[in-house]
Ligand binder design. Structure first.
Ligand SMILES: Nc1ncnc2c1ncn2[C@@H]1O[C@H](COP(=O)(O)OP(=O)(O)OP(=O)(O)O)[C@@H](O)[C@H]1O
Length: 675
């Protein structure tokens, strides 16, 4: 796939995406976290790219959200969903759901949402999700005791990019390789031509070394798992919590044996080194404590000897005494002769102490013995070159042990590398699903029917539009529990009249929200809903007061473009009359409605001028009304569901009627008749 063919992906982004392992598949997968691993691509951008790929797959180049208010409604819908996520990942991933005009896209999203809505949002799973995050790639580890060697320039370039952890050295012949063998603990020669090479040290010829980086640099895998330990443990906990709640992440169980994963992780330290191996710990401690061990062992011997000397009467022969006095000889020279046994015992004690302190194995202890036992002296001397040999042996044993363990662990982890990607992705996707499930539960949602422009039973005359039953808007300024259900269906161009504060604006919001959610493939807050698959949703909020001439002209031009546009539009307009004086407004709105009616658009115009607009229109404008059932204690009691074919009485009319009833008299009666 041409990455540049994805809407919103330019040459620079495409280049960044090409750094991914399998760019096309990753972008197509919609896995926002995986896309965000491309350099310089953050999760918000990744969500846009994933959305672009979805659009491309469905040949969906339309823009359903055609006005600012429509876009605002989408943001509010997304926010309601996002508020119900636990992880950042899920919040970003939800952004890949957008209102689409493509039947296949809506179907695809609906089948995801249907499965999601059936999930059980268990609190324990939410808790486990708190530590969940996408896997991350650790910075490249530099391994300094191993190198690659080649005589070929091309192989060198390939090696440098495939295995940036190791130095790649150029060699011409066996002598060069042998020299490398002296500078590095191990050397991997990449050229077949060196096969059969016989040089000293840990030198191997492995022409396939670049194909199996896990073997060549086990450190890479170890660093990856060490870096992601907490994320992996969290993902494992999510899978377990979901299974315990009776709603497993996947029917087939986790993609990884979780015990095996935990066992492997327990063998790994946070810095990517091996943990929990007693022998490696012993060797590491022995190397680290060697100098301290030698010096305490020497003190042990000194103490012994001091004690022995203190308890002995030493007879010094005259010649000895003379050489001590005249030739400046040291008293040590007497040790050998006078205190030989005591000295030997002291040396034995030092050797035992050293072997014990460093927990040396018998063959190592043999080397350690040579540290003490040279010419008798007091304080007891040690042999620095023997210490150094012991250090070399112990370090080599430690490194060998670590290398074997690393290779073993890397081979175990190698099998888990792919499946853990799925383990984490599935846990994070569960968060997306649970957010949809919670949204559906919190707002008593149902999956709507989204029908083709002409094939619908939405609306009254079965020619498209929308039908909402028991719709309750989560966007109201009252608690959702207090939202009164609204039934409303429209096809064609309709005026919506109603008392002040009857809920006209709220009805437009509900319609827009239901349509936007439906075309996102999401459940909608209603008992049932059928909506036409609209190409565009134009929602105009109420303007704040009369517009000046320039702004008025601009608004008219907007509507000029609107009535000139494509089929399959939903147009929601709130009190357009406020843009200019009432008389002119009624004529303008009538004209717009006429044009929209001719195009079979679905339109709801909220207006207080319904009668004037009907009078000004050249066709029979449908008028619906939100009726006040009356005034109770000075408060309007409203039936929130618009009544079809009904011009609702206005608030002033209701008040006049009330006064006429309460007070009687000619004045109020005459006033009432004028309505
Ligand atoms: N379905 C509903 N359930 C509960 N309360 C509602 C509902 N619809 C509207 N309301 C309440 O009525 C108030 C007024 O609603 P809204 O602004 O939609 O009325 P309106 O008819 O557009 O008013 P105006 O004529 O002033 O423009 C809302 O703020 C909300 O508190």
């Amino acid at each position: 796939m041409e990455l540049e063919a994805i809407p919103g992906v330019g040459a620079k982004t495409a280049a960044a995406l090409r750094e991914l392992d399998d760019p096309a598949a990753t972008v197509e997968s919609g896995d926002v976290a995986a896309i965000a691993r491309a350099p310089g691509v953050n999760e918000a951008r990744a969500a846009r790219i994933a959305r672009g790929a979805i659009r491309r797959r469905h040949g969906d180049d339309g823009r359903v959200l055609a006005t600012d208010r429509a876009r605002e409604l989408y943001r509010e819908a997304i926010d309601l969903l996002r508020e119900r996520t636990v992880t950042d990942y899920a919040a970003k991933r939800l952004e890949t759901f957008y209102p689409s005009a493509s039947a296949s896209r809506i179907e695809e999203a609906q089948s995801f949402a249907a499965a999601a809505a059936a999930r059980d949002p268990d609190p324990a799973v939410r808790e486990a999700l708190a530590d969940c995050a996408p896997l991350s790639d650790p910075p490249t580890v530099r391994v300094r005791d191993r190198c690659l060697a080649t005589a070929d320039a091309e192989t060198l370039a390939r090696a440098e990019s495939a295995v940036p952890e190791l130095s790649v050295e150029t060699v011409e012949d066996a002598r060069d390789v042998s020299e490398l063998g002296r500078s590095y603990a191990s050397v991997i020669v990449l050229d077949e031509s060196f096969a059969g090479l016989d040089v000293e040290g840990d030198v191997v010829v492995r022409p396939d070394a670049l194909d199996s980086p896990a073997e060549t640099v086990p450190e890479r895998l170890l660093a990856f798992f060490a870096e992601n330990r907490e994320r992996l443990e969290a993902a494992a906990a999510v899978h377990e919590a979901a299974a315990a709640a009776g709603d497993p992440v996947s029917e087939d169980g986790p993609p990884v044996d979780l015990d095996r994963l935990r066992d492997a992780l327990s063998r790994l330290d946070d810095d990517g080194t091996i943990a929990g191996d007693a022998e490696l710990d012993r060797l590491t401690a022995a190397v680290d404590d060697l100098d301290a061990g030698v010096s305490t062992a020497a003190s042990v011997a000194d103490d012994r000897l001091r004690e022995a000397i203190r308890e002995r009467d030493v007879t010094i022969e005259g010649t000895d005494f003379l050489s001590l006095v005249e030739q400046g000889a040291r008293v040590d020279s007497l040790l050998d002769r006078e205190l030989a046994d005591e000295y030997d015992e002291a040396v034995d004690a030092a050797r035992d102490h050293l072997a014990d302190a460093l927990r040396l194995e018998p063959e190592e202890a043999e080397l350690a013995e040579r540290v003490f036992g040279g010419d008798p002296s007091f304080p007891v001397d040690h042999d620095e070159s023997a210490v150094s040999r012991l250090r070399t042996e112990l370090s080599a044993a430690r490194d060998r042990r670590a290398a074997t363990l690393k290779a073993d662990l890397a081979s175990d982890l190698g099998d888990l590398r792919e499946p853990v990607e799925a383990l984490v992705r599935d846990a994070l996707e569960l968060d997306v699903e649970l957010a949809i499930a919670r949204f559906a539960r919190d707002f008593d949602c149902t999956l709507p029917e989204v029908v083709g422009p002409d094939g619908g039973d939405a609306g009254d005359d079965a020619s498209g539009g929308f039908r909402i039953e028991g719709g309750r808007s989560p966007l109201l300024d009252v608690d959702f529990a207090d939202a009164e259900p609204v039934d409303y269906a429209v096809s064609g161009a309709t005026l919506l009249s109603g008392v002040n504060s009857g809920g006209k604006t709220s009805t437009l919001d509900l319609v827009a929200l239901v349509v936007v959610l439906a075309q996102m493939g999401m459940p909608v807050p209603a008992e049932s809903a059928t909506v036409e698959r609209f190409e565009e949703v134009h929602y105009y909020a109420k303007s704040q007061g009369t517009l000046d001439a320039g702004a008025f002209e601009a608004t008219l031009r907007d509507f000029g473009d609107l009535v000139d546009g494509a089929d399959g539009r939903l147009v929601l307009v709130d009190e357009l009359e406020s843009i200019t004086e009432p008389g002119a407004s009624a004529k303008i709105i009538a004209g717009i409605l006429e044009a929209l009616d001719e195009q079979d658009a679905t339109a709801v115009f909220v207006s207080h001028l319904a009668r004037e607009i009907s009078d000004a229109a050249d066709f029979a404008v449908a008028v619906d009304g939100i009726e006040a059932e009356g005034l109770v204690d000075g408060e309007l009691r409203v039936n929130r569901s618009p009544k079809k074919g009904h011009l609702a009485r206005s608030t002033p009319e209701l008040i006049v009627e009330k006064l006429a009833d309460d007070r009687g008299g000619e004045f109020y009666g005459d006033l009432l008749e004028k309505f």
